[in-house]
Write a protein that binds this ligand. Structure first.
Ligand code: FE
Length: 381
């Protein structure tokens, strides 16, 4: 059994300014205020007043530190899991992007076969290819296509698909949303030109999320509120946002928070291979050059995913919204867990859930990450 003492604990229901928490069998056993009762703990971790909160859950992340999920190798996935853990992530969805049938299948099949030892791999997020070529962003527009049940059946058979980003404005794609809803795969509107009416219909078919809200989607116009208007308006929708200050301007992040509240925003990184690599690094993505600067850019200036990490996303979000982590922590873990319907297992500090925890200093830098009760990262002192 492990005992964490002297922590500012953000639990699912309330904050304990100075408390303790015990972990056993990989799960959260108990927590409380002040000094702990006598416990036969084999390991005691003194938090020295640091913040103990639910580990971050990144449901939209493609790569980092020179690797990408689409590399479809066990090394890429295991090293990504360790890289994310160093940034406070305790769970993630390995995210594919628009490609031919086979490379997507290979990546999903590898996700199904790989055991990781850092952040827990909850499955996969299939981003594209069933999106709108007019809102391709950095997705390859030539490979974007309408939803195809035969193709998708093989991907689905890997058993790891939990979330799909899709453009709901096409009839084939709406049928795919029905299929996903029936099979407990969450659908998210992204790379889309959906109108408010398209979005209202898609929600009736089970759509529940929006993908990197504001980026690569029909903007808000006051006579046609678009995908963005729907994201802001409909409480059924949980909204991903890339909180790097580049993809979405800080005041617009604050606007999203004010519209959706602490239950409606999901922080994601959308990080790609260049995350964690030095400024100026160049690499190839589908034969197109990407350069790492403030973010990752194609040669024509198009953003090619981000170089964000979840710790920085959380620090930015607190700064942009002017709120404390006590108020907004659900955007870092719980809302994603609820969207994926894994909140009975993870996503908050509650008795009986997995001990997926992160310890943060007062500037919200990660000093320890614990996944399923195992310490997978400690800041070197
Ligand atoms: Fe995207």
């Amino acid at each position: 059994m492990q005992l964490i003492i002297n922590a500012h604990i953000i639990t699912e229901t309330h904050t304990i300014p100075n408390g303790w928490l015990t972990v056993g069998d990989g799960k959260i056993l108990y927590f409380g205020d002040g000094a702990p009762p006598p416990t036969p703990s084999s390991v005691i971790i003194n938090a020295h007043g640091k913040i103990l909160t639910a580990g971050f859950l990144d449901i939209h992340v493609h790569g980092g530190n020179g690797h990408e999920i689409m590399d479809a190798t066990p090394q890429a996935i295991t090293e990504l899991s360790q890289f994310y853990a160093r940034h406070g992530v305790t769970g993630f969805l390995a995210t594919t992007w628009t490609a031919d049938d086979e490379p997507i299948y290979r990546a999903l099949a590898q996700v199904a076969q790989t055991t990781v030892d850092g952040a827990y791999l909850w499955g996969a997020h299939v981003e594209g290819p069933y999106v709108n070529p007019n809102k391709a962003g950095a997705q390859n527009p030539h490979l974007i296509r309408r939803a195809n049940m035969t193709e998708f059946a093989r991907w689905q058979a890997t058993g790891v698909v939990r979330l799909m980003t899709i453009a709901p404005e096409f009839p084939e794609n709406l049928a795919m949303i029905d299929h996903c809803t029936a099979h407990h795969i969450v659908t998210s509107a992204g790379h889309t030109d959906a109108t408010l009416a398209d979005m209202r219909r898609a929600i009736e078919h089970g759509l529940s999320n929006t993908t990197h809200t504001f980026n690569a989607m029909r903007p808000l116009h006051h006579r046609e509120a678009g995908t963005v208007g729907a994201a802001l308006l409909f409480p059924e929708l949980r909204c991903e946002v890339i909180c790097d200050g580049v993809h979405v301007q800080p005041d617009v992040v604050k606007l999203l928070y004010q519209a959706k509240g602490a239950d409606g925003v999901i922080l994601i990184t959308d990080a790609v291979r260049g995350a964690g690599l030095p400024y100026g690094t160049e690499y190839s993505q589908d034969g197109r050059r990407v350069t790492v600067r403030e973010s990752a850019y194609l040669d024509d200036g198009t953003l090619a995913g981000s170089t964000l990490t979840m710790d920085v996303a959380v620090q930015n979000f607190v700064r942009f919204t002017g709120k404390s982590l006590d108020e907004v922590w659900r955007c870092t873990s719980y809302n994603a867990a609820r969207a994926l319907k894994i909140d009975d297992q993870t996503g908050s500090i509650a008795v009986g859930k997995r001990a997926d925890l992160v310890l943060l200093d007062e500037s919200l830098n990660v000093t320890m990450t614990m996944v399923g009760g195992k310490v997978v990262y400690i800041l070197p002192s």
